[in-house]
Design a protein around this ligand. Structure first.
Ligand SMILES: [Zn+2]
Length: 158
C-alpha cells in the first residue's frame, strides 16, 4: 500500500506545515477505506482461484497484488489520491489548492509511469478504484468476472 510512502514524499515536496486535525482525519479515513478495498479485492481473487502476492516491492510501483509467473498486476487505487476521473470522491481540498493540484498531478504521472513500466515487462495491469468496491453485490460479481477474465492465462504472454 502506497499511503505511507506518499506521505513521506509529500513532506519532502514541502507540505504545508502543521497537520490539521481535519487533514489527519482525512488521511485516517483514506487509509481505512483503502485497506477495506484491498481486502475485498483479496477476497475476490481468492474466490476466483487466483494466486497472488501483495505489495510486491520487486515490481515497478509495488503493485498491491501481483503474480510474476502469470504476469499480472493489480493496483487498488483510492479515488482521492489517484484522481479517479469523474468520481465524486476525487475532490480538491479548498485550502492550499495549488499545492494539492500539483500533488495530484504528480500522483497521476507516477501512476502512469508505473503502468507503463509494468506493461514494458509484459504485465497485464488492472486498476481497481475503491468506489467500484463499495457498490452492490451485483457490481462486485461483475468486477470479479472482469478480474478473472483480465488475468486469464490466454490473455497473458508466457
Ligand atoms: Zn471513484
Amino acid at each position: 500500500m502506497s499511503g505511507e510512502g506518499e506521505g513521506a514524499r509529500t513532506r519532502r515536496a514541502g507540505r504545508p506545515a502543521a497537520q490539521s486535525p481535519e487533514r489527519a482525519a482525512l488521511l485516517a479515513r483514506v487509509r481505512r477505506t483503502r485497506t477495506a478495498a484491498e481486502e475485498q479485492v483479496a477476497h475476490l481473487l481468492r474466490a476466483a482461484g487466483l494466486h497472488y502476492r501483495r505489495n510486491v516491492r520487486g515490481l515497478p510501483g509495488s503493485p498491491d497484488f501481483a503474480n510474476r509467473t502469470k504476469r499480472w498486476a493489480i493496483f487498488v487505487n483510492g479515488c482521492f489520491w489517484h484522481r479517479h476521473t469523474g468520481c465524486a470522491r476525487a475532490t480538491v481540498p479548498k485550502n492550499n489548492r495549488a499545492f494539492w493540484v500539483e500533488k495530484f498531478a504528480a500522483n497521476r504521472r507516477r501512476d502512469a509511469a508505473k503502468i507503463r513500466s509494468l506493461r514494458a515487462l509484459g504485465f497485464h495491469v488492472l486498476v481497481i478504484w475503491e468506489c467500484e468496491l463499495d457498490r452492490s453485490a451485483d457490481r462486485l460479481a461483475r468486477l470479479a468476472r472482469r478480474l478473472s477474465e483480465a488475468v486469464r492465462p490466454t490473455s497473458i504472454e508466457p
